[in-house]
Design a protein around this ligand. Structure first.
Ligand code: KG4
Ligand code: ZN
Length: 335
C-alpha cells in the first residue's frame, strides 16, 4: 500500500511516499529556517505563505523521486494537529484536494504521534514503551501501548526544551535555531564549569519538566552557578547548560521506565538530534534508547505517511470536513 504523507505544521514543508508504513520511497523536505533566521524565530504568517508557495513542487518532487504516478497512491496522510494553524491549513487543503481528485481516503495524523512513529521506521521496537518527544514546541513523555495508543504521563509546565535552547541562543546572539549551534559549540566546552539547576517535581507530578528556571539561570544568573571560577568561555557556559537540560530529561525518563517496569524508550523530535542527548541515553545500561536518524527526527513527511498506514489499517479515516487544530487535545484522540 502506497501512502503520500504531507507535513506543514511549522516551518518545514514536506511530502513523502512510504510503502506499507516502512519503506521510504521519497522524503522531500523544504526547511524555511533561512527565511525565519533574521527574526530569531518562526513568523507564522511567513510560514504559511511559504508552505503555499512550495507544497505543490515538493509533492511533484516526491513523486518523481519515488518514480510513481499520482494514481498509484492508495491514501493520503496529513498532519492536522498540533501546530501553527495557518501552516496546518495549507497541508490539509492540499491533502483534501489530492484525496478528492483521486477518490482516495484522507488519514488524519497527529504530529506528536508521527514523531513517536519515526524511530519505528528504522528499528523493531516492542510495545509497551516510553516515548519522549522533544522539540521546539513540546516536551512530552508518554506511555505507548501501540502506534496509535499513547497516554501522556508528563510534560513541560513552561518552556519546551528546544525552545529553551533557541532562547538561550537568541540571548547570546548565536543564531537560529539554537539547538544545533549549542550542540556544536558545547563540544569544545567544559560541562562541569557551571552547575545549573535541574527542576524536579514531587511524586504525582514526577514526570513533568520545567525549563524556564534553567533558561533564566543561563541568561541572567551565570555567576551564581559558576563552579570553576577561572572559566569564562561561552563554550563552557553552553556545555554546562546542555548537560543540565539533558540530564533532566534522562532522570525523568529513568523514573518513568522504572515506575512502568519498562526498558525501551523511543526519543524523537528536533532535540533528539542532540549529540550529548544521544550519547547520554545510549551509555545507560538499564535502558534501550531508540532514536530516528537525524532526517527523521525533525519534521518530515515520512513519519506521517508511515503512521498513516497503521491508522488506515485501524479504520481511522477522515472526510473532507477534517479541520486543523493548533493544540494537541481539542478533538479526537489526545495524542
Ligand atoms: O521537531 P522540530 O524540527 O520542530 C518542532 O516541531 O518544533 O524541532 C525543532 C527544535 C528547535 O528548537 C531546535 O533548536 C531543536 O529542535 N534542535 C536541537 C538540535 N537540533 C534541533 N536541539 C538541541 N540539539 C540539537 N542538535
Ligand atoms: Zn515536530
Amino acid at each position: 500500500m502506497y501512502l503520500l504523507g504531507i507535513e506543514s505544521s511549522c516551518d518545514e514543508s514536506s511530502a513523502s511516499i512510504v510503502k506499507d508504513g516502512k519503506e521510504i520511497l521519497s522524503n522531500v523536505i523544504f526547511s524555511q529556517v533561512q527565511d525565519h533566521e533574521r527574526f530569531q524565530g518562526v513568523v507564522p504568517e511567513i510560514a504559511s505563505r511559504l508552505h503555499l508557495e512550495k507544497i505543490n513542487g515538493i509533492i511533484d518532487e516526491a513523486f518523481s523521486q519515488a518514480n510513481l504516478n499520482f494514481t498509484d497512491i492508495d491514501a493520503v496522510a496529513v498532519v492536522y494537529k498540533p501546530g501553527l494553524i495557518g501552516s496546518l491549513l495549507v497541508g490539509l487543503a492540499t491533502a483534501k484536494s489530492f484525496a478528492y481528485c483521486y477518490d482516495i481516503p484522507i488519514i488524519p495524523v497527529n504530529h506528536i504521534e508521527a514523531h513517536l512513529y519515526a524511530p519505528h521506521i528504522e528499528h523493531e521496537i516492542p510495545f509497551p514503551n516510553i516515548g519522549l518527544v522533544v522539540s521546539g514546541g513540546h516536551t512530552l513523555i508518554m506511555l505507548s501501548k501501540s502506534h496509535t495508543n499513547h497516554e501522556i504521563i508528563g510534560s513541560t509546565v513552561d518552556d519546551a526544551v528546544g525552545e529553551c535552547f533557541d532562547k538561550v541562543a537568541k540571548h547570546y546572539e548565536l543564531g537560529y535555531p539554537g539547538g544545533p549551534v549549542i550542540d556544536r559549540l558545547s563540544k569544545a566546552g567544559d560541562d562541569d564549569a557551571y552547575r545549573f539547576p535541574r527542576a524536579k517535581f514531587k511524586k504525582g507530578n514526577a514526570f513533568n519538566f520545567s525549563y524556564s528556571g534553567l533558561k533564566t539561570a543561563v541568561i541572567h544568573q551565570t555567576e551564581k552557578f559558576k563552579v570553576k571560577n577561572d572559566s569564562n568561555s561561552m563554550e563552557d557556559l553552553l556545555a554546562s547548560f546542555q548537560k543540565s537540560a539533558m540530564e533532566t530529561l534522562l532522570e525523568v525518563c529513568k523514573e518513568a521506565l522504572n515506575q512502568y517496569e519498562l526498558k525501551d524508550i523511543v526519543i524523537s523530535g528536533g532535540v533528539a538530534c542532540n549529540s550529548y542527548l544521544r550519547e547520554t541515553f545510549t551509555k545507560e545500561k538499564d535502558l534501550n534508547a531508540f532514536f530516528p536518524s537525524p532526517m527523521l527526527s525533525t519534521d518530515n513527511g515520512a513519519m506521517v505517511a508511515g503512521l498513516g498506514y497503521h491508522l488506515y489499517r485501524e479504520g481511522i479515516v477522515a472526510d473532507l470536513s477534517l479541520n486543523a487544530h493548533s493544540k494537541i487535545i481539542k478533538q479526537g484522540r489526545p495524542v
